[in-house]
Unconditional design. Structure first.
Length: 272
């Protein structure tokens, strides 16, 4: 079973952001990442990403990759917008191609029902649209709009890690039901011997992004600075890595990482 998750757009896609500056891609990629983590817990499932944090991959390349890989389903994740300013438009909707392919329509209905049940947002229904990712994919494909980033209330949800996880859980629950996915058995951990103490050397650091192109790293660095986080760019193995903080105490690094997650970043803590 091969699944392609598509976080719509990219960090630098023009116009795809809320009136107060949240990039739509920040939400889309977070949901896709949570969904992949959940799908990795199922047997015989391989997950591919159509998107990339390094560049905004063109739509044609995304669908070509899906077709070449012969994935079984293409799931495109988005946040909606009603113009470029705040509005009262609200709710969740899921799209299939206008021919209403039976498999896609069935999955879209399950995703829509799961999202509405878990979030309590307005049900805008399953709709049809001639979107590129629905038209140019050889397999069943659905496109999900998980709420309006132009709605003053829903933008708060879209920024929330809890809401992002909830959306991912709803999507994966629908996929598991539709394709009869089976969870991997839970392994019983073997008793481990008492660890041998090791010298506590190095510092705990928080990395927020890694890019092949320096300008992408500089853009992320500028955002972090604007949000009040001191940061720096290091070059390692051909990548430009954006990092913030260096601590002897891991808890301090964990606390900083959580603050970053709370406002939409996807950091991780490592020891160097």
């Amino acid at each position: 079973m091969k699944i392609m998750l598509d976080a719509g757009h990219g960090y630098d896609t023009p116009g795809k952001r809320s009136p107060d500056g949240m990039r739509e891609y920040e939400f889309n990629r977070a949901v896709a990442a949570y969904a992949k983590g959940l799908l990795d817990g199922y047997q015989n499932v391989t997950v591919y990403f159509a998107h990339s944090d390094q560049t905004d991959i063109p739509l044609q390349q995304r669908t070509n990759n899906a077709n070449n890989l012969r994935v079984d389903i293409f799931v495109s994740i988005h946040a909606n917008a009603a113009g470029g300013s705040w509005s009262s438009a609200e709710g969740i909707e899921t799209f299939v191609y206008p021919t209403r392919p039976q498999g896609a329509l069935s999955l879209a209905t399950k995703i829509q029902n799961q999202l509405i049940s878990r979030t309590g947002l307005r049900n805008r229904g399953v709709k049809t649209a001639d979107f590129h990712v629905l038209r140019e994919t050889n397999m069943d494909a659905v496109l999900i709009e998980c709420g309006f980033m132009t709605n003053p209330n829903e933008i708060k949800l879209l920024r929330s890690e809890n809401y992002r996880r909830t959306c991912a859980e709803a999507i994966v629950a629908a996929l598991a039901d539709h394709f009869n996915l089976v969870k991997k058995p839970t392994a019983q951990p073997a008793p481990s011997p008492s660890p041998t103490p090791t010298p506590q050397t190095g510092l705990y650091k928080v990395q927020v992004g890694a890019f092949k192109q320096r300008n992408n790293a500089e853009n992320l660095s500028a955002r972090l600075t604007n949000d009040g986080f001191n940061n720096f760019i290091v070059t390692d193995s051909g990548l430009f890595k954006v990092q913030t903080g260096a601590f002897r105490n891991k808890q301090n690094a964990d606390d900083l990482a959580q603050k970053l997650r709370n406002i939409g970043y996807q950091p991780y803590v490592f020891r160097a």
